[in-house]
Design a protein. Structure first.
Lengths: 316, 334
């Protein structure tokens, strides 16, 4: 069962230099109860993808399905009803919280807007319960953001996202602004909350080691497209797309005996007027003539798909 | 693999930070930012300095170059570079004799370090003219050489590019080229790859390593990233709350860490542990240094802490060759 599905989703932005193809034909699905990790380097469109799926920005074309229903063209009023089912946590907790509002206020707003509680008692009970799940206490309700540490602020953001008991959360680099010792705590809490509230995550990050630890399935993005999708373990054991292979080799491991290689030369091409054929072609060591002309489709079987003319054929 | 221990044994210290104590005066009170910091960077080694937000790693490097804000007060210690105490030097000498030609620094965000209205080549040429040659033609050629040394493809092209036309990784390499043009012996790199993508980071780290090997460049590499540390450093110093927790060769630090904080840090890094369930966390949060914990500043978060940890700050002891730990109970730590 899919909680979220996209079909050939595109989001283009107009700029002075031309059309920025931030998300350029992404088809993916998030299965109920799973964590789908999305990795990619800066500018690959992973954040835009997350925002488009939630319809925080309107897609240029393609379809978005939520729990089986097409939500692509839902109007504001109907979308608002759906908002409690899907939510988002951003990278920087400081700019996500209002400095003039207490933790209580932050949790109160969504509960009031969506008429989630009947009485003040029930509301407080609910708030305390969610704070406890995130490792915070009732006394934190009266605190302002500046009285909290960075990790606590992010836990409030997650609590706010979870208090409506959503079915789907987009976590966009939720621990990138935090120290490592705090990061591991947040990850554990997210893992626990997932079980308790029966929610599915789309976990967007540039930190590949981190995504490896938390996600069940993984999507690798390059220049607005998914280049490889599959079970996290499978992809790490045997990356198939040339970009995935090179990317994994570039990631430093916390082990002095394992050294990175720097197999990728050159830069990511600009998403303004991207290459006609495969976006990775200019940097790819395996390229063939077809790669320059045609963009490869994401193909494969048993949930393992790659978009590559050279290696894709061998897959299917 | 090269036997690092033997090599280090022969290397001479280039920079020695000894018992450095430093406070910041703020409206809220005195921030005790550094408390007896000892770091020795030897010639031709990459020395990693790791710690979390507010542990004093950046302040240590800024002190070395005399770049502190007015509210900083040095309460004691020395920073010996080539036999001279940098803390006793006046601003003019520092500017003319140390910054640039002896010690250079690069920061996290290269786009704010480069001047947006000059091309990359012009900015490097400025250093070349001061330190190498004031002949215009020759200077230009030297700039191209420097760009080539940092492995920038097509140096002629990069020469005429403005910073905004270069990617973060290329900008950071322009910064390195500028440092090479000054002929510095020591590079202080403060989180130089945090703003870069992994594939670009990998290229950049290779350049640093090659410069170390081919030219004997010494680097003080400041970061919060354990994986990067393990990648390029020879020796690592772990800081916590303005104090040194542990210093060791990189393989010893990762294989036989002795300080409870180092162990916690290593175990909370994704990549060491495969799944979330195995992640370990360090309870509590980083202390505020206005009222730092007494004694060992890590004691409120430490599972081994006893009465003595609250009262007495542990000394940095050499427990094995080149392995220093500041912990009362390091022998019990597992």
């Amino acid at each position: 069962m899919n909680i979220v599905e996209t079909k050939n989703l595109k989001k283009f932005f107009e700029s002075k230099k031309g059309t920025v193809k931030a998300v350029n034909g992404v088809s993916l699905n998030v299965i109920k109860g799973e964590v789908l990790g999305i990795v990619g380097e800066s500018g690959c469109g992973k954040t835009t993808l997350g925002r488009t799926i939630l319809k925080l920005i309107h897609p240029t074309s393609g379809k978005i399905f939520f729990d089986g229903t097409d939500i692509t063209d839902l109007d504001g009023k109907n979308m608002r009803k759906l908002r409690k089912k899907m939510n988002v946590v951003f990278q920087d907790p400081v700019s996500s919280l209002n400095p003039q509002m207490t933790v209580y206020d932050h949790l109160n707003r969504p509960l009031e807007i969506h008429n989630m509680v009947d009485s003040e008692d029930e509301k407080i009970r609910r708030m305390v319960d969610i704070l406890n799940t995130m490792g915070l206490k009732a006394e934190h309700l009266i605190r302002y953001p500046h009285e909290l540490s960075g990790g606590q602020k992010q836990r409030v953001c997650i609590a706010r996202a979870l208090c409506l008991e959503p079915d789907f959360l987009v976590l966009d680099e939720p621990t990138s602004a935090l120290d490592v010792s705090v990061q591991s705590k947040i990850l554990k809490l997210l893992d626990r909350a997932k079980e308790k509230f029966d929610v599915s995550y789309m976990f967007i990050s540039h930190n590949i080691n981190l995504v490896r630890a938390i996600s069940d399935r993984l999507g690798v993005m390059y220049l607005g497209k998914l280049v490889e999708v599959g079970k996290t373990g499978d992809i790490f054991e045997n990356p198939k797309h040339p970009y995935t292979k090179a990317l994994f080799k570039s990631v430093p491991q916390p082990d002095p005996d394992k050294k990175v290689e720097a197999p990728l030369t050159g830069q990511v091409p600009s998403p303004v007027n991207p290459p006609e054929g495969c976006a990775f072609e200019p940097r790819c060591p395996y390229k063939e003539t077809i790669c320059e002309r045609e963009s490869p489709d994401l193909i494969g079987s048993y949930g393992r798909k790659i978009a590559c003319h050279v290696f894709g054929k061998r897959e299917s | 693999m090269v036997d690092i221990t033997n090599e280090v044994g022969r290397k001479r210290p280039l920079l020695e930070i000894k018992d450095l104590k430093l406070d910041f005066l703020t409206e809220e009170g005195t921030v005790k930012a550094l408390d007896n910091v000892n770091i020795t960077v030897k010639k031709g080694e990459i020395h990693g300095l790791i710690g979390e937000t507010g542990c004093g790693k950046s302040v240590t490097s800024l002190t070395t170059l005399g770049l502190l804000d007015d509210n900083a007060r040095i309460r004691g210690g020395e920073v010996i570079y080539k036999g001279k105490d940098l803390l006793k030097m006046d601003e003019n000498t520092l500017r003319q004799k140390v910054r640039g030609n002896e010690i250079s620094m690069i920061f996290q965000n290269p786009s704010t370090s480069l001047n947006p209205v000059y091309t990359a080549g012009e900015q490097i040429r400025e250093s070349v003219v001061i330190y190498q040659s004031d002949d215009k033609k020759e200077a230009q050629k030297l700039v191209l050489d420097e760009l080539d040394r940092v492995k920038l493809p097509d140096p002629e092209d990069v020469y005429d590019k403005y910073p905004h036309e270069l990617s973060g990784g290329m900008q950071q390499r322009v910064m390195i080229a500028m440092m090479l043009a000054c002929d510095s012996n020591l590079l202080i790199a403060d989180e130089p790859t945090t703003a870069l993508d992994v594939s670009i980071q990998a290229q950049f780290l290779k350049v640093l390593q090659e410069l170390k090997e081919s030219e004997g460049l010494s680097i003080l590499y400041i970061t919060h990233d354990m994986a990067v540390i393990s990648e390029i450093c020879d020796v690592v110093t772990v800081m916590y709350g303005g104090q040194i927790a542990e210093t060791a060769d990189v393989s010893d630090l990762f294989n036989t860490p002795k300080h409870p904080y180092t162990i916690g840090l290593i175990h909370s890094v994704p990549g060491v542990k495969e799944s979330i369930e195995e992640f370990e966390t360090i309870p509590g949060t980083v202390p505020r240094l206005i009222n730092p914990p007494s004694g060992c500043r890590f004691h409120p978060r430490c599972e081994y802490a006893r009465e003595i940890c609250k009262k007495e700050k542990p000394n940095l002891e050499e427990i094995e060759k080149n392995h220093y730990v500041a912990c009362h109970f390091w022998e019990e730590v597992e």
